[in-house]
Structure formats: structure tokens, C-alpha cells
Design a protein around this ligand. Structure first.
Ligand code: ZN
Length: 169
């Protein structure tokens, strides 16, 4: 396999070149280029349900994000997750999509920080004004309560009228 001709330069880092040794009859050292399914920074790009890239129409390559975890140190044991976690194409459109997503994420992050900074500048109520308001309310309520006691001196009558008032009669 070679890096496909439709691959964008930005995708080259997702391919790995491994030595396959001297090939018989070729008289040189052979390399094998392969798609690195667990490359750092490899994120899914838009594909149709049949894994066709929506930008170039080529078949997208699988991603195995679970393989980014290092292999268990026990010999012969490999408990890594081999599941295919998504697909990514290596074309210009797919690379543009990745850059666009990063820009959107950066902008959202900056926006959130700016909002937070602005929130700190939000004007706060003056406790003295609130105290004056609460005192005024208390005075008004006290006056109303006193007015009720003007209705009569009989505490039972006053209590009944207060109860009637509370019911809305
Ligand atoms: Zn593509």
C-alpha cells in the first residue's frame, strides 16, 4: 500500500511506514505504508452509512481509538479494545472538516471564557438599598397590622376579622 494520491498532506501523519526487510530480488530495503488506525489526533470525518467519504467518494479508513492505550505489560496478553470507533478519510475535504471542527471548538471555548469574564462584571445590588427596602416593607406591614386593631378593642372580634380577611371575605 502506498499513500493514496487523493490524500491531503495534512493526513500523511496518519500513515505509518514500517520496515519490511530486504525483499528478495529487489536488492534494497522495503517499506510498507499502512493506515495507522490509532494515530494520535485521528478523528472521525463525515461518511455515508457505507463508509464512503462525503467529500471525495473514496472509502474512509477505520479508526481504533481503543488501541491508543498501551498494551498490557504481561507477555502474551493484549486487553486493548480493537473495536472500530469510527471512520476517517485522508482527502482535502476530510482534513478541512477536522480543521473546521477545531476552529469551532476554539471559538466556543473563547466565547465561554469571555462570557465568564463578562459575568464577573455584572452589577450587583447595593445591600444598603435592600436594607432600606426591607425596613420600609416592615414599616408598611406594621402599619397595616395596627390599622386592623382600630376595628375594635375586643381581641376575639379582631381575630375573627383578621381570619375573614385572610379568607378573602
Ligand atoms: Zn475523502
Amino acid at each position: 500500500m502506498a499513500i493514496p494520491d487523493y490524500a491531503d498532506e495534512r493526513s500523511y501523519k496518519f500513515f505509518s511506514r514500517s520496515l519490511v526487510g530486504t525483499k528478495h530480488g529487489e536488492g534494497g530495503t522495503g517499506y510498507c505504508v499502512s493506515w495507522n488506525t490509532s494515530a494520535e489526533g485521528l478523528e472521525p470525518t463525515a461518511v455515508y452509512p457505507n463508509c464512503t467519504c462525503i467529500y471525495c467518494g473514496n472509502r474512509a479508513n477505520p479508526i481504533q481509538a481503543g488501541l491508543r492505550r498501551p498494551r498490557s505489560t504481561y507477555i502474551g496478553e493484549d486487553d486493548r479494545d480493537y473495536n472500530v470507533t469510527g471512520y476517517a478519510c485522508c482527502c482535502k475535504g476530510a482534513m478541512d472538516e477536522g480543521e473546521h471542527k477545531l476552529k469551532v471548538a476554539e471559538l466556543k471555548e473563547r466565547h465561554a471564557q469571555e462570557l465568564e469574564a463578562l459575568e464577573k462584571q455584572r452589577p450587583t445590588p447595593d445591600p444598603e438599598v435592600f436594607k432600606a427596602f426591607a425596613e420600609d416593607m416592615a414599616r408598611q406591614m406594621a402599619r397595616k397590622a395596627l390599622d386592623r386593631f382600630k376595628w375594635g378593642k375586643d381581641p376575639v372580634k379582631v381575630a375573627r376579622r383578621l381570619a375573614e380577611q385572610a379568607r378573602g371575605d
